[in-house]
Design a protein around this ligand. Structure first.
Ligand SMILES: Nc1ncnc2c1ncn2[C@@H]1O[C@H](COP(=O)(O)OP(=O)(O)OP(=O)(O)O)[C@@H](O)[C@H]1O
Ligand SMILES: [Mg+2]
Length: 400
C-alpha cells in the first residue's frame, strides 16, 4: 500500500471501508438509488472507484465526474459520452455482449439544451434518449451509474444557466428513478463534497414570498426518494490499523504511544489527514531524526504549509455563499479557530453584524455542519471544528 496523498486511492492503495461498501451494495441490491454523503476529502471517490474495480456479478458500474458541467446540456453530454466511450464499450465485451453490440452502433450527432439528435435523425429529449441508450441492456444485468460532484453541477447550472434548468435536470432524474422499468436496469449513485440538499434548498431562495417557499419544498421533493448513505471518518481502531499499515509500507518503526499521539492530535480520523502527516513524518525521518512526539508535532506543522490541500475549504465558501453569508461564516470560523469553540449567542451577534436574520444564519450554520467544517456534538449550543488540523490551518492562514 502506497501513501497516496491527494488522488483517489485505488486498487492495492485502497484501504478498508468494508462497512460503507456493504451498506452501498445492500442498497444497490435492494433497488435503491443512492446519495453518498460526506464532507470533502473523506473518501467518497475512492469508494466509488472500488465499486468500479470490484463489482459484484451482473453489475456494470461506470464512474462519471460532472463537476465541470455548467449547463444541463453539458451534464447530459458527459453522461452520454461516458456511456459511449471506447474503453467502457470494450469492457462490456465480457459483461454484456448484446448491449455492447447495440450501443456500439448508436451514433449521437448532437446534444443541446432541447435534447439529443441521433445519427439516424431521431430527436429525443434527454430522458428519452437515455432510455434509447440503455434499452438493450441484457435483462439480467444492471448498470450502476455513479455521478460524482452532482451537487456542484446543480450549483453551476443555477449560477451559469438558470434555476429552471437545475429543476428540469432534477426532475428528469427523479422521473427516471420512479420508472420501474428503468430502475430495473439502472441504479444511480450521486456523490459530492457539498450537500445536495443544501444546494437544492437554495434554489430560488433569492425571491421573496410564498412562491419561493413552495419552490424550496418542491425542489427538495425531487431528491427525497434517494437512499442517503453516509461515509464517516475512520473509527479509532480502524485508523490505528491504517496507520500501522502505512508505516509498515514506509518501513518506519512507530510505537503504540506515538500512534495514539498522532491519532489523538488528528482527532477527525479521515485517511487523508493520516496520509498527509505520515508523508511529512517520512520526510523528517529521512533526514535522520528519530520518530517521537516532537517529530509528529513538527510534521503536523509542516503539513499545514500545503496550501493546496486546505485552501478549497475557504474558496468553496467564497464561491457558494453570498457576500454577507461568506463574511458571517468566515468570522464564525475565525472565532472558533482562536477560541476552539463558540456559543450560539455569540454566533447570532456575528450574524446581526452582517445583516443576517436568525433563519439565514441557521441555514449557514447548517451548511457548515453538513459540509464538514464544524459540529455541535458535545453541547448543542456550542460549536467547534471537526478537525483540529483544519482549525490550525484556518487559524494560521485565514484568521490571522
Ligand atoms: N479507502 C481509502 N484508502 C486509502 N486512502 C484513502 C481512502 N479514502 C480516502 N483516502 C485518502 O483520502 C484522499 C481523498 O480521497 P477521495 O478523493 O476519495 O475523497 P473525496 O471524499 O472524494 O474527496 P473530495 O471531496 O475532495 O472529492 C485520497 O487522496 C487518499 O489520500
Ligand atoms: Mg471526490
Amino acid at each position: 500500500m502506497k501513501n497516496i496523498v491527494g488522488q483517489a486511492a485505488r486498487s492495492t492503495n485502497f484501504w478498508g471501508r468494508p462497512y460503507e461498501l456493504a451498506d452501498i451494495w445492500e442498497a444497490i441490491d435492494n433497488g435503491s438509488h443512492i446519495l453518498l454523503c460526506a464532507p470533502r476529502r473523506v473518501g467518497k471517490t475512492s469508494i466509488m472507484y472500488k465499486i468500479v474495480d470490484e463489482p459484484k456479478a451482473n453489475y456494470i458500474p461506470i464512474y462519471i465526474d460532472t463537476e465541470s458541467a455548467d449547463s444541463e446540456a453539458e451534464f447530459w453530454s458527459k453522461v452520454f459520452n461516458a456511456l459511449m466511450e471506447e474503453d467502457f464499450i470494450a469492457s462490456l465485451k465480457t459483461k454484456a455482449k448484446n448491449f455492447m453490440d447495440q450501443i456500439k452502433n448508436i451514433n449521437v450527432r448532437s446534444i443541446t439544451m432541447e435534447g439529443v439528435e441521433f445519427g439516424d435523425g431521431d430527436k429525443l429529449n434527454h430522458k428519452q434518449a437515455f432510455y434509447r441508450l440503455i434499452k438493450d441492456l441484457d435483462h439480467d444485468k444492471k448498470l450502476i451509474i455513479m455521478i460524482d460532484e452532482f451537487a456542484q453541477t446543480i450549483e453551476n447550472i443555477i449560477k451559469y444557466e438558470e434555476s429552471k434548468n437545475a429543476i428540469s435536470l432534477l426532475k428528469a432524474h427523479r422521473e427516471l428513478r420512479q420508472d420501474q422499468k428503468f430502475s430495473q436496469k439502472v441504479t444511480f449513485i450521486y456523490a459530492g463534497s457539498i450537500g445536495l440538499e443544501s444546494v437544492v434548498s437554495k434554489i430560488d431562495a433569492g425571491s421573496i414570498g410564498l412562491e419561493s417557499v413552495v419552490s424550496k419544498i418542491d425542489a427538495i421533493k425531487h431528491i427525497n426518494d434517494l437512499n442517503n448513505i453516509k461515509v464517516p471518518p475512520l473509527t479509532f481502531p480502524e485508523a490505528e490499523q491504517f496507520t500501522i499499515a502505512l508505516f509498515k509500507s514506509a518501513e518506519i518503526k512507530i510505537n503504540k504511544t506515538d500512534i495514539d499521539h498522532l491519532l489523538h492530535t488528528i482527532h477527525w480520523l479521515i485517511p487523508f489527514y493520516i496520509q498527509l502527516i505520515t508523508q511529512e513524518i517520512k520526510k523528517i525521518c529521512r533526514r535522520g531524526q528519530k520518530l517521537d512526539q516532537t517529530v509528529i508535532d513538527q510534521a503536523i506543522q509542516n503539513a499545514l504549509d500545503n496550501r493546496n490541500h486546505f485552501e478549497s475549504w475557504q474558496s468553496k465558501l467564497k464561491t457558494a455563499l453570498g457576500n454577507n453569508e461568506y463574511l458571517f461564516c468566515k468570522e464564525v470560523l475565525n472565532a472558533i479557530s482562536n477560541q476552539k469553540e463558540i456559543n450560539l449567542l455569540d454566533i447570532m451577534n456575528i450574524a446581526s453584524k452582517h445583516d443576517l436574520n436568525d433563519s439565514e444564519a441557521k441555514d449557514c450554520l447548517h451548511s457548515l455542519i453538513y459540509d464538514g467544517y464544524i459540529n455541535n456534538n458535545d453541547n448543542n449550543k456550542t460549536y467547534q471544528f471537526n478537525s483540529p488540523i483544519l482549525r490550525m490551518w484556518w487559524n494560521k492562514n485565514v484568521a490571522n
